[in-house]
Design a protein around this ligand. Structure first.
Ligand code: SAH
Ligand code: SF4
Length: 418
């Protein structure tokens, strides 16, 4: 069976043992999951106490229906309306009888994030500042590809946390402390709100069943999990959200059209590969532990050798599905030709491509963008060694929507602490 025809994998039960990864302890993974729970989102209820359906797995939705005495087929109907048709109002769900629509509306809600601000760049990039029920905010970006004839495709860059625990020195989000994790419904909600904005409902034909053209006719054809936050420090919610978005009876996005970017949370990379099978991007940015310790502080916990070993065992990595290594070009810091050669040495034998990202400045940032000729020389060395090394054009920089520029003014305010 083609991989694309296979139904999206059910999300595993939380009590299922995690697969073992070489050399990393169960305790370490347990610690990460416990920390994620400490920054859990508030309960998904609206002011009237109605339960949010967005973000429930198929199994959870069936349980919610059982809770009001309804059979599993009701969950299937709702799934179609919510994720295929994009309908939020129970009264518009015409295959459901009126009295049942009323009962559902009394107990449940199908929400979207509030839109605190929306801006569109001169290059077509659109950025939203989304607000959640507790007042916290994140940014989401839609980046259209260039027009090719009639077709425009593009990626939605999704956030996974309000702030970030890590503090990479070149990243604007890193200057904001972690406030909390986003819930699965909040992660899914960013994509659905993007579709609302472009009127892309119901899910365009093609879907993930059509192997070569699964993005045909879709503006929102790809997802990059590269917005605010470290997705692998909020793994449970991210995994649940992506599983929902990949479900072929809903948004039906192929896992090949989803790329998750991590700064290198090694113990969770194996799980991501085994359970989600999405494309992996790794924020490398330096070729020695000394420099990486300084600019990506997580490297002190998971140094380069461990990170690259986790990449080598990432399931599905092949020449057809290469791991992307992101490399932000910082003038005079990490952009020398010797570093390009060392990069090639580190990647030897790995199915990889290198995305060179000219540093995007933000107010008060401590670095300068590498000179274009230096970026070109770096790219040539990597290219000559057989690794594709596109230089990423900054998109939406006039609206501070480019890589690493996202930040909100959210304050650290926990549901319990205030
Ligand atoms: N936390 C994850 C995903 C979000 S960051 C991660 O670090 O991978 C997405 C990408 O933007 C990362 O590669 C990150 O290193 C890069 N980035 C951060 N700040 C940047 C900046 N100012 N200019 C260019 N790229 C930046
Ligand atoms: Fe967090 Fe990624 Fe920014 Fe580092 S680059 S601070 S991991 S969002």
């Amino acid at each position: 069976m083609s991989d694309l025809a296979r139904p999206a994998r059910a999300f595993p039960a939380a009590d299922r043992p995690l697969p073992a990864a070489d050399g990393l302890t169960e305790a370490e993974r347990g610690r990460i999951l416990a920390k994620a729970a400490a920054f859990a989102p508030p309960p998904a209820l609206d002011k009237a106490g109605r339960r949010e359906l967005l973000g429930l797995s198929r199994e959870e939705l069936a349980e919610a229906m059982a809770g009001i005495g309804e059979k599993p087929f009701r969950a299937k109907q709702l799934w179609h309306w919510i994720y295929h048709q994009g309908v939020r109002d129970f009264a518009a769900m015409t295959t459901i009888a009126k009295p049942m629509q009323i009962r559902l509306a009394e107990a449940f809600t199908v929400g979207r994030p509030g839109i605190a601000a929306e801006q569109t760049s001169v290059d077509g990039t659109r950025k939203w500042l989304f607000r959640w029920r507790d007042g916290q905010q994140v940014e989401t970006v839609y980046i259209p590809e260039d027009e090719r004839g009639e077709t425009v495709r593009g990626a939605v860059c999704i956030s996974t946390q309000v702030g970030c625990t890590l503090s990479c020195t070149f990243c604007h989000t890193g200057t904001q402390r972690l406030v909390r994790n986003l819930g699965a419904g909040e992660i899914v909600g960013q994509f659905l709100a993007g579709r609302d904005s472009y009127g892309e409902w119901p899910t365009p034909k093609g879907g993930s069943r059509d192997k070569d053209n699964d993005e045909e006719g879709r503006k929102l054809s790809n997802i990059v999990v590269m917005g605010m936050g470290e997705p692998l420090y909020n793994y449970e919610n991210v995994a649940k959200a992506l599983t929902i978005l990949m479900d072929h009876e809903g948004v039906a996005l192929s896992r090949r059209r989803i790329t998750l970017s991590t700064s290198g949370v090694v113990p969770m990379m194996d799980r991501c590969g085994a359970e989600l099978g999405v494309n992996l991007a790794v924020s490398l940015h330096a070729v020695t532990d000394e420099l990486r310790n300084a600019i990506v502080p997580l490297n002190r916990k998971y140094p380069l050798a461990e990170l690259l070993a986790a990449c080598r065992r990432y399931p599905g990595a092949s020449n057809a599905r290469r791991i992307t290594f992101e490399y932000v070009m910082l003038r005079g810091v990490n952009d020398s030709e010797a570093e390009a050669r060392e990069l090639v040495r580190l990647l030897r034998g790995l199915p990889a491509k290198v995305n060179l990202i000219p540093f995007n400045p933000w107010p008060g940032s401590p670095y300068e963008t590498s000179r274009p000729d230096q970026v070109r020389r770096f790219a040539e060395i990597v290219n000559a060694a057989g690794y594709s090394s596109p230089i990423r054009r900054p998109r939406g920089s006039d609206i501070l929507a480019a890589c690493g520029q996202l930040k909100t003014e959210s304050e650290r305010k926990r549901a319990t602490g205030g």
